[in-house]
Design a protein around this ligand. Structure first.
Ligand code: H79
Length: 483
């Protein structure tokens, strides 16, 4: 007993010392709340038009491009085993050598209009471009460093033409910015001495200047996608980061900034010390997906995904498993079914060209989207029990329900269970609306939709359900079945 009390006391002490007093949200104990100056400034989702627009995207394109594309993941004949954009941190490649690469950066085949057309053909509604990655190299001519595109043989701005070309195709542009910067002399991962602190103050000023410079140069930017904010030094910057985020929001009203930018008063990231999301959406699903709706805690979120296991920038050799368009489409649909956006990454080469595997994905995903996009855009979660054949999505405006089928049962019978009494008025195939199904009621609130297995599709397909007893709000009008 004494031991237990001691253990409990020690845990409590540790929790307090660590400043990690977590919120209690169980039904019995009321939510505890600690005073935070720089915690979440909003509870719940944003409901303004810019955020609604973000929520409707479904599919995005990520692009990692920079001087790391020159190394293509190898140095002096040796393959770097990690993500090629981290090669500068590899003991086999001296930092000084990496920092000279920009002198060779001359992407002469860069064709922003062709990039934008390709992204559109895939069905991407937004694009995130690495304006500055961890190495510190800037794809725009920056007033605040010479380590930028203006110092390369290419000389010309890369960001401006991309913004123009993508927007001309109706694709919104977001700028990726790594706070971590291996090129800036003031950057530190930890602040151990007063010299560190002094140097870091300069780095903070530089970071602020660059971020505001980007927003001033590219005012149609819809959002910033921050990265490289996990270091101890940055986790001490709650006040600075909070103020800077407010400045960004003032410069571009409605701008979208995820949860990976600022820490709270205790250095907690993404979720503050009360467990509330900081920023407009959860930016923590990197190369992974949530499993259930509970995992996303009622928040907006995005998933950024690589095609191979972990390559963002160009690597000459994609080792290991390379995801197929089937797998990627499944991830896209799963994301939408759980109220998230799916952002697929591409890494063009040093000349500005996409590798063949990526071109094939543009085509294959695009072909699928051409037929099935209605089940993606403006769609989200439906609270019907998930079935093994695939995923439901639901159009937030029209209330139409989509069954996206990935695993066809051998007998062709697709089970549908509804949480209450629901009228399935019209059930038909999205690709061919003349193909209408008459659901068989097998129990109360449980049906089979019989799909002909003879004409089995070789790609995931969609069945639409129109239901008059549903409203656009998510079926609030259900009547509970009597039991
Ligand atoms: O831009 C891509 C990556 O470079 C970047 N995000 C995507 C979009 C990224 N790389 N790693 N991370 C994000 C997560 C951070 C991992 C870390 Fe570590 C673990 C940082 C510190 C501990 C691994 C180990 C990297 C440094 C030490």
């Amino acid at each position: 007993m004494r031991l237990r009390n001691f253990t409990l006391g020690a845990i409590l002490m540790l929790a307090l010392v660590g400043g990690k007093v977590m919120a209690q949200t169980s039904e019995n104990s009321p939510r505890t709340s600690i005073e935070l100056e720089h915690g979440a400034h909003r509870l719940g989702k944003r409901t303004d038009p810019m955020m609604e627009r973000w929520r409707d995207y479904g599919l995005g394109q990520f692009i990692h491009w920079g001087v790391y594309s020159i190394t293509a993941g190898k140095w002096e004949g040796k393959d770097y085993p990690g993500a090629s954009s981290w090669i500068r941190s590899w003991s086999e490649m001296p930092g000084e050598d990496y920092d000279q690469l920009y002198k060779q950066f001359d992407p002469e085949r860069f064709d922003p209009k062709a990039w934008a057309k390709q992204a559109k053909s895939m069905g991407a509604k937004y694009m995130i471009i690495t304006a500055k990655h961890h190495d510190g190299f800037c794809l725009w001519p920056s007033e605040f460093t010479d380590y930028d595109i203006a110092s390369t043989p290419y000389e010309k701005d890369l960001i401006g033409p991309m913004v123009e070309a993508y927007e001309a195709e109706g694709i919104d542009v977001y700028l990726y910015f790594s706070v971590m910067d291996w090129n800036h002399p003031g950057f530190r991962t930890e602040l151990k001495t007063s010299e560190d602190r002094e140097a870091y103050e300069e780095f903070k000023t530089f970071t602020r200047n660059q971020i505001l410079e980007l927003l001033e140069r590219y005012p149609s930017t819809k959002g910033l996608w921050f990265d490289g904010t996990w270091d101890a030094a940055w986790k001490e910057q709650a006040g600075f980061a909070d103020k800077l985020e407010a400045e960004m929001r003032e410069m571009i009203p409605g701008i979208i900034i995820g949860s990976r930018f600022r820490p709270d008063d205790y250095g907690n990231r993404h979720f503050d010390s009360n467990g509330d999301l900081m920023g407009d959406y959860e930016q923590g699903w990197e190369r992974k997906l949530p499993k259930t709706i509970e995992d996303v805690k009622g928040n907006d979120w995005d998933c950024v995904m690589t095609v191979p296991e972990n390559q963002w920038g160009y690597h000459y050799d994609w080792k290991g498993h390379v995801k197929t368009s089937f797998e990627l489409v499944e991830m896209l649909v799963k994301s939408v079914s759980l109220n998230g956006n799916f952002v697929l990454n591409f890494g063009p080469d040093r000349y500005g060209e996409f590798r063949n595997e990526e071109r094939q994905l543009f085509k294959e995903i695009g072909d699928w989207m051409d037929v099935n996009q209605e089940a993606i855009y403006a769609c989200g979660y439906l609270d019907w029990e998930k079935q093994d054949w695939g995923y439901y999505t639901k159009d937030r405006e029209t209330g139409k329900i989509y069954m996206v089928v990935f695993n066809m049962p051998i007998n062709g019978a697709l089970r549908v269970k509804t949480p209450g009494k629901v009228q399935l008025d019209k059930v038909y195939e999205l690709k061919d609306p003349s193909k209408v199904f008459t659901p068989e009621e097998i129990h109360q609130n449980e049906f089979f939709i019989h799909y002909s297995t003879e004409k089995a599709s070789n790609s995931p397909f969609v069945i639409v359900i129109e239901s008059s007893s549903m409203d656009a709000e998510g079926g609030k009008t259900y009547q509970k079945a009597k039991t």
